[in-house]
Design a binder for this molecule. Structure first.
Ligand code: C2E
Ligand code: CA
Ligand code: CA
Length: 659
C-alpha cells in the first residue's frame, strides 16, 4: 500500500479500518462518489479491495462528525495487474477535497451562467465573445453562434459607438473594469437601453487574458427615468419647458446680455377668459386650447428664444439678442395677432384673447426675478387697460408716476370738496324692457380727473376710496329721498362699492347711517361689488355681505367673468345677482359665440342667481341674451347714464306729481 502523503495515508487507514467492519450494515461515514452514505459492508468493494481490475480515480468521501467531507481519489492496482511478485493491492490515495469543491462551484457557476436572467458573455483577450448565455441571446436578439466573435460594444447605436469604445478602453486600462449604459440596437433593429459591466482578468504579466461581461435590458427603468427628468423640466401637456428650465436659461441669458451689453425681453402672456373655456366646455377642450396656444407661440419666436408654460394659462416668452424694446413689441403684436385667429376645438369656435406684459433687461430689472416680477406687473396693467393688449413695464410706471401724483393731489381736493356728481343708468327687464333699477355712476366735476375708470383706482391706492365711497352712498340715499319727496317711487338704486370699503365695519356703518338719515328703506339699495377684488378679501367681505342680506339689500357681483371666482366660493356667499361684464356681451353675435356669456348664464341658473347683462348695445345681443335666459339688461341700447334731473322724465314718472 502506498499513499501520496501522510494525510492521505491517514485517510486510507481510516477507510480500511471501516472496510474491515464488514458485518456492520448500518449506513456509515463513508460516501460514494455522488455523496451517498455507504454501509460499511460495501466500503471494501467501493475502495476496490479485492478488485481484479485496476481502477483509476474512484472518489469516495469521508465524513468525520460535522467537519467538512474529505474527498479521496483512489487509484487501485490489484496484484494481478502488477505482476506476480506482489501480493495484495496497491492503493494510491490522494486528497481531492479542494478540487472537488472547486469543480462543484464551477458546475454551479455554469448553471447560474445558463439560467441567469442577466446576460453573460465570456470574452477573449481582444474582448470578443467566446460564450454567451441564454439571457444574452434574449436581450440582444442574436443566437450564441451569431454572438461569437462580436464585441458587446458593437450593440451600441452607431453614432455613439466610438465614444463608448474610448470610454471603455480608458476605464479598462485604469481599473480593469467598466460599467455603464448605452442605447443599443437589437438584431431586429429595435432599440433598447443596455446596461453593461465588464471585468477583465489578467495573467501574471498583466495582459488581459479574458473578460466577463454582464448585460441587462434596462429600457423600462430608463424610460421611466427619462420621463421623470422630462417631467422635471417640461410641462407634460404642452411639452414646453417649465419654470425650472426658464430659470437656467435666464441666468445664462442675462449674463450673456450683460457681457455683450445687449438686451433681453421677458413677455408675460396671460390668456383672457381661459377659465371660462375650461369651466364651460370642460378640461379636455381647455387642454387642447393650451396645446394650440403653445404651438402658436412657438411659431412666433425664434429658435434662440424660449417659451415656457408658467402654469395654468400663463406663458412666459423670453427673447434674447434684442437691440431695443421695439422688437419685443413686434413679437407681442405677432402673438396677439396669432391668438386673434379663432381656434376650432370639438366643433367650438374659440377666440383666445391674451394680455401681455413686457419687461426689458437691463432697464426693468437686473436679474430674472425682477424681470419676471415686472413683466407680471405690466401684464396686470395690460389687463386693467382692457385685455387683448400688451404693456411695457417702464413706460407705464413712468407715465403713471408723473400723472399719478398730479391725479392723487387733484383727487384729494375733489374728495374734500365733494366735487362729484352721480349719474344714473337704467336697468331693464329683459322681456318687458321696463325699468327695474338705476345704477349710480360717479362723475368728477374736475375734468382733469377723467372718467371713474381712471380716478377710482387712484382713490383705491391712496386710501381716498373710503371717503369717496361714503360720499357716493350718502349722495345716492339723498337722491332717493329727493325723488320720494317729489312723489316718485324710484326703483332700486345700485351703488358701486370698492371691496376696500368692505374692510372693517365702515361700509355697513355708512349705509346704516345714510339710510336712517335719509329716511329710506334699506331695500331701496343694491350693492355692486367687483368680482376680482371681492375674492381677494373674501373673509372680510363675508360679514359685511351677511349684514347686507339681513337688511334686504341686494348684492350683485360686478364685472363677473373677468376674475377667477371659484364656484365653491360663489355658492357659499350671500349673493343675489351676477352682472356679466360688457366685454363678454360684445362677443355675442360677433362670431365669437359668447362662450363666456353662455357659461355665466348656465352657471347662474344652476345657482338660482339673477343675471344682468351689461353694455348691451344692439338688438341682436339683446335677443341672443333673452334666448340664453338673461333676466335683465343695462346698456346704451336702453339708456346711457343720465343726470338726476333727467331721470323722472326718462323713467316716465310723469304720471306722479311733485308737491
Ligand atoms: P361699471 O360698474 O361696470 O359700470 C358700467 C360702466 O359701463 C359705466 O362706465 C357705464 O357708463 C358703461 N356703460 C354702460 N352701458 C354701456 C354700453 O352699452 N356700452 C359701453 N361701452 N359702456 C357702457 P363708467 O361710468 O365710466 O364707470 C366705469 C367704472 O367705474 C364702473 O364700471 C365702476 O367700476 C367704476 N365706478 C363708477 N362709479 C363708481 C362709484 O361710485 N364707486 C365705485 N367704487 N366705482 C365706480
Ligand atoms: Ca357697476
Ligand atoms: Ca360692470
Amino acid at each position: 500500500m502506498r499513499s501520496q502523503n501522510r494525510a492521505s495515508y491517514r485517510l486510507l487507514d481510516g477507510l480500511l479500518a471501516r472496510a474491515r467492519q464488514a458485518g456492520n450494515e448500518e449506513a456509515g461515514d463513508v460516501l460514494d462518489g455522488d455523496g451517498a452514505p455507504l454501509p460499511p459492508a460495501r466500503v471494501a468493494a467501493q475502495i476496490g479491495i479485492g478488485s481484479r481490475d485496476a481502477i483509476a480515480g474512484r472518489v469516495v468521501g469521508l465524513t468525520a462528525g460535522d467537519k467538512q467531507i474529505q474527498w479521496v481519489s483512489l487509484d487501485v492496482f490489484p496484484a494481478s495487474t502488477l505482476g506476480a511478485m506482489l501480493d495484495g493491492t496497491v492503493i494510491v490515495a490522494s486528497d481531492v477535497t479542494e478540487q472537488r469543491v472547486r469543480s462543484k462551484r464551477l458546475e454551479v457557476a455554469l448553471k447560474i451562467f445558463q439560467v441567469a436572467t442577466q446576460g453573460f458573455f465570456l470574452l477573449d483577450q481582444d474582448g470578443r465573445i467566446i460564450a454567451a448565455n441564454e439571457a444574452s441571446e434574449r436581450i440582444t436578439g442574436y443566437v450564441e453562434a451569431e454572438l461569437t466573435g462580436l464585441s458587446p460594444l458593437s450593440f451600441c447605436v452607431p453614432d455613439m459607438r466610438a465614444a463608448l469604445q474610448d470610454a471603455v478602453e480608458q476605464s479598462l486600462r485604469a481599473s480593469g473594469a467598466w460599467e455603464g449604459e448605452f442605447t443599443a440596437q437589437q438584431k431586429t433593429g429595435a432599440s433598447y437601453r443596455l446596461w453593461c459591466s465588464l471585468t477583465a482578468f489578467q495573467n501574471p504579466v498583466g495582459e488581459i487574458e479574458y473578460s466577463i461581461a454582464t448585460i441587462s435590458d434596462i429600457t423600462e427603468k430608463w424610460a421611466a427615468q427619462e420621463r421623470i427628468s422630462f417631467l422635471v423640466n417640461f410641462d407634460p401637456l404642452t411639452e414646453l419647458p417649465n419654470r425650472g428650465m426658464l430659470d437656467g436659461w435666464m441666468d445664462f441669458a442675462t449674463a450673456e446680455a450683460r457681457r455683450r451689453q445687449g438686451r433681453l425681453a421677458v413677455l408675460f402672456v396671460d390668456l383672457d377668459n381661459f377659465k371660462w373655456v375650461n369651466d364651460s366646455l370642460g378640461h379636455h377642450v381647455g387642454d387642447l386650447l393650451l396645446i394650440e396656444v403653445a404651438r402658436r407661440v412657438k411659431l412666433v419666436v425664434r429658435e434662440s428664444d424660449i417659451v415656457v408654460r408658467q402654469g395654468g394659462d400663463e406663458f412666459i416668452v423670453a427673447l434674447q439678442g434684442l437691440v431695443d424694446g421695439r422688437e419685443a413689441s413686434r413679437v407681442a403684436e405677432k402673438l396677439l395677432a396669432s391668438f386673434g385667429q379663432p381656434v376650432v376645438i370639438d366643433g367650438h369656435r374659440l377666440h383666445v384673447g391674451a394680455s401681455i406684459g413686457i419687461s426689458i433687461f437691463p432697464e426693468d430689472g437686473g436679474d430674472k426675478d425682477e424681470l419676471l416680477k415686472n413683466a407680471d406687473a405690466a401684464m396686470y396693467e395690460a389687463k386693467r387697460a382692457g385685455r387683448g393688449q400688451y404693456a411695457f413695464y417702464s413706460p407705464i410706471l413712468n407715465a403713471q408716476a408723473v400723472s399719478y401724483a398730479k391725479l392723487a393731489a387733484a383727487l384729494r381736493t375733489a374728495v374734500m370738496r365733494g366735487a362729484f356728481d352721480l349719474v344714473f343708468q337704467p336697468q331693464v327687464d329683459a322681456r318687458t324692457r321696463r325699468i327695474t333699477g338705476l345704477e349710480a355712476l360717479i362723475r368728477a366735476q374736475d375734468p382733469e380727473l377723467g372718467p371713474p375708470s381712471v380716478f377710482i383706482p387712484v382713490a383705491e391706492r391712496t386710501g381716498l376710496i373710503s371717503d369717496l365711497g361714503e360720499w357716493v352712498i350718502v349722495a345716492a340715499c339723498r337722491q332717493i329721498r329727493q325723488w320720494l319727496d317729489m312723489g316718485f317711487e324710484p326703483p332700486k338704486m345700485a351703488i358701486n362699492v370698492s371691496s376696500l370699503q368692505l374692510r372693517s365695519q365702515s361700509l355697513t356703518k355708512t349705509i346704516g347711517e345714510a339710510v336712517v338719515s335719509s329716511r329710506i328703506p334699506h331695500r331701496s339699495l343694491e350693492i355692486e361689488i367687483t368680482e376680482t377684488l371681492l375674492m381677494e378679501r373674501l373673509d372680510e367681505a363675508r360679514e359685511a355681505l351677511a349684514w347686507l342680506r339681513q337688511h334686504g339689500i341686494v348684492v350683485a357681483i360686478d364685472d363677473f367673468g373677468t376674475g377667477y371666482s371659484s364656484l365653491a366660493y360663489l355658492q357659499s356667499l350671500p349673493i343675489d345677482r351676477l352682472k356679466i361684464d360688457g366685454s363678454f356681451v360684445r362677443e355675442l353675435g360677433n362670431g365669437g359665440g359668447g362662450v363666456v356669456a353662455r357659461a355665466i348664464l348656465s352657471l347662474a341658473k344652476s345657482l338660482s342667481l339673477e343675471v344682468v347683462a351689461e353694455g348691451v348695445e344692439t338688438e341682436a345681443q339683446a335677443e341672443l341674451l333673452v334666448e340664453l335666459g338673461c333676466g335683465y339688461f343695462q346698456g346704451y341700447l336702453f339708456g346711457r347714464p343720465i343726470t338726476a334731473d333727467e331721470v323722472p322724465e326718462f323713467c316716465g314718472w310723469g304720471g306722479s306729481r311733485a308737491p
